[in-house]
Design a protein around this ligand. Structure first.
Ligand code: MOS
Length: 731
């Protein structure tokens, strides 16, 4: 049976709140948590050793030969020495290999000529050997000569650029608004290139059975990735199976099919044996998507009542030539604050640096952060409390399109956060001191667009419990747990009687994990499947589905109660198909929140220590308060990194990544992360699928860095406009 819903109308039924068990929302532990902490969850690079013994003995290892110039053409590639290394079987230069990851969600991986070098570190060939060590040694011995006819573009600020037409917009007269403003601001900012830096590096194991390939890897969107891989290999999509049951973080870097996956599949085909290709951490920094650096100019016009009349936001980002992705810096600028006169300019420089792509909350992560830093400057110029400036400028509806918001709790989040944090204790810069440390407080709004995606989930109920199946992935965000909770709730089972199986393209096609779409989209599909199963049970009990109560393994209709174990003699199975229809077309859907930070700035060394941070978030129904909180804590920690340390540095002469490991690419360590507090506002959004939920995954990173930067100013009076705020810039 299938239950298909085209989501054309908001779902106002609020059904989950009427269910009997109250499992949804509860902060229960991750259902796969014990597997992870006991080492029994098999991650991609461990797949080879978990193969059945016959296949394990056959497994080969591949290591990339990579470009040592940022631009040019491979004139010759001499592999004689490499082939002489004992255990080496092949040095593959197959035209099907790809040089950088697909962007994800595209279902296509366009041909990428490997002999054309467009960035330093680009894969050129794959050495395949009986052991990883032999392959690595041999890859070092491959001699590559290049022909170069042009200068590489290695400076994003100077490189030639484009203005994609669809990304420019204007309404009213910003220049006039700026001229007539009581207070105005025109300031330029920059953020560096950043890495997703997922804890688990990319790895892929592939083997063929006949004309069908199985790929074990770590990918966020396995159904799309299977199509991308099929496209790269030139085979039918049905001939690819992708398995990604456990993923050690993605943050965008695993959205699209990547060179190691294609290489493993091609090599396995060529050599007729399973092949594993893993990326070392350094390769991870050079090959996986980076977040583009941004140059941003913010212009703001404020009237005498503290109301914004004009907003200008310009951004310059970069990517390889021909790539359609560009960091959507101004995504939330369009609708976060009021103002009749608005202008967006979006410029993309074409460079020979690692491919830029989606990294954790693409757009808002850096766009909202810079915009909220600019608002802090404007508030200071206007003599307004920064909190008050935000509160005065929250629009009634989308200021560009006049579309209503589906739900909007920015004001509530700002007020609630200010109360809890003790914002009223904030003083002027330099007024709070402990020895050589100056203390300050800062705040920022949080905002992230909210989307839905088509998704399919199958639920099967037996006398013992339920099974939930989808190709949806869990990248560490809690998908296993929330799907388990939704099905437990709907079918009246304890969560430990629900088994959720994910990350396999042989299962019904889930949405994949990206853009915070997972929970509401796949959750809605699971809900639909359960509703169908409930209808079948209700029919057996002789009452309408709405009157059926399922609780603690028992079904009740009116005064009749029966054990599910006795009622369900044959497995009941249903597939929920959720399709975002027209419901979100006429409205603006976004998640909202508020960030507060307190920092101490050492006036002698310029060192910044974050003392505490607090976030208040509203994202519709929260499906599991613990996993949702973890997402926000992670996002706020990213914010500390963005404000104080994260910076991917490319050598301007040769184009290679200099900060290409976690010793040189600084991210917050435990000692850098102080007491973080997260609160959720109670919210139901009837436009959030059948669960009335919105995506929470990426909201925490949006704006959190600005709260830290704004707190630095409040501590010591220094404005840093060029992230990260390292001690040299603070002094
Ligand atoms: Mo997210 S950057 O869409 O994985």
């Amino acid at each position: 049976m299938t239950a298909h819903l085209v989501f054309d109308e908001p779902d106002k039924r609020n059904r989950l709140d009427a269910m009997a068990q109250e499992v949804v929302g509860r902060p229960i532990d991750r259902s796969e948590g014990a597997l992870k902490v006991s080492g029994r969850a098999v991650y991609a690079a461990e797949q080879a050793t978990s193969l059945w013994s016959e296949k394990r003995a056959e497994c080969l290892y591949g290591v990339f030969v990579r470009a040592t110039v940022p631009l040019g053409r491979v004139a010759s590639l001499a592999s004689g020495e490499a082939r002489a290394v004992p255990g080496v079987l092949e040095v593959l230069q197959d035209p099907r290999l790809v040089r950088h990851p697909a962007q994800g969600m595209a279902r296509k991986s366009p041909p990428q000529d490997l002999s054309e070098v467009t960035y330093f570190g680009q894969p050129l060939a794959l050495v395949v050997a009986e052991s990883f060590e032999a392959a690595r040694e041999a890859a070092r011995l491959v001699r590559v000569e290049y022909e170069t006819s042009a200068e590489a573009e290695l400076d994003p600020a100077q490189a030639p650029s484009e203005l994609p037409e669809k990304k420019q917009s204007a309404q009213g007269d910003l220049e006039a608004a700026l001229r007539e403003a009581a207070v105005s601001l025109d300031a330029s900012y920059s953020t560096p290139s950043m890495a997703a830096a997922a804890m688990e590096p990319h790895a892929a194991l592939a083997w063929w059975e006949g004309d069908r390939v199985t790929l074990c890897g770590a990918y966020q969107m396995v159904s799309q990735n299977a199509e991308e891989l099929a496209d790269a290999l030139g085979i039918a999509p049905g001939k690819v199976r992708v398995l990604s049951p456990f993923i050690g973080g993605g943050f965008g870097s695993k959205l699209g099919i990547a060179p190691e996956a294609v290489a493993a599949a091609v090599a396995a085909r060529t050599l007729g044996r399973p092949v594993m290709v893993t990326l070392a951490r350094q390769q991870e920094f050079e090959i996986a998507h980076r977040r583009s650096e941004t140059g941003q100019r913010v212009r703001l016009a404020l009237d005498a009542d503290g109301r914004l009349t004009g907003i200008g936001h310009e951004a310059r980002v970069s990517n390889l030539a021909g790539e359609s992705f560009s960091e959507p810096v101004q995504q939330a600028t369009h609708f976060t604050y009021r103002g009749e006169n608005r202008q967006i300019r979006h410029e993309v420089a074409r460079v020979n640096l690692t491919c830029a792509g989606s990294v954790r909350a693409p757009g808002e992560a850096v766009g909202v952060t810079i915009f909220e830093m600019a608002l802090d400057e404007l508030a200071e110029k206007a003599g307004l409390d920064p909190l008050e400036l935000r509160l005065r400028n929250i629009p009634e509806e989308d200021p560009e399109t006049d579309k209503p918001f589906t739900s909007h709790m920015l004001a509530e989040a700002l007020r609630d956060g200010a109360d809890r944090f003790g914002w009223s204790d904030r003083r002027a810069p330099g007024e709070r001191r402990q020895g050589e440390w100056l203390l300050g407080m800062g705040m920022a709004s949080a905002v992230r667009v909210n989307m839905l995606h088509k998704a399919r989930v199958r639920v099967t109920l037996t006398g013992e419990g339920a099974r939930v199946e989808s190709s949806m992935t869990d990248i560490g965000t809690g998908t296993y747990t929330i799907l388990t909770q939704i099905v437990a709730e709907m079918l009246g089972l304890a969560p430990d009687r629900v088994r959720t199986i994910l990350g396999d393209t042989d299962l019904p096609e889930g949405s994949g994990s990206g853009g915070s779409i997972g929970a509401a989209s796949n959750g809605s599909a699971a809900f639909l499947a359960c509703e169908e199963i409930r209808r079948q049970i209700a029919a057996q009990m002789g009452c309408p589905e709405e009157e059926l109560t399922l609780k603690d393994g028992r079904a009740t209709c009116g005064n009749r109660t029966r054990d599910l174990a006795e009622l369900v003699t044959e497995p009941l199975s249903a597939e929920g198909h959720f399709e975002p229809g027209k419901a979100l077309k006429g409205v603006r859907s976004s998640t909202w929140g508020a960030h507060f930070a307190e920092v101490a700035v050492n006036e002698i060394t310029g060192e910044v220590r974050v003392r505490r941070m607090l976030g208040v978030f509203a994202a519709g129904r929260i499906l599991n308060e613990k996993t949702a909180r973890s997402q926000c804590l992670g996002g706020m920690t990213f914010g500390i990194g963005m404000a104080l340390m994260e910076e991917m540095v490319h050598d301007r002469r040769f184009g290679q990544v200099v900060s290409r490991d976690l010793a040189n690419y600084h991210i917050p360590a435990h000692a850098d992360v102080p007491a973080l507090e997260v609160h959720f506002l109670e919210e139901r959004d009837s436009y959030g699928g059948t669960l009335q939920a919105k995506g929470i995954g990426e909201l925490g990173i949006c704006g959190s860095g600005a709260a830290v930067i704004n707190a630095i100013h409040n501590a010591c009076g220094v404005r840093v406009r060029d992230l990260p705020a390292t001690p040299d810039k603070v002094l």
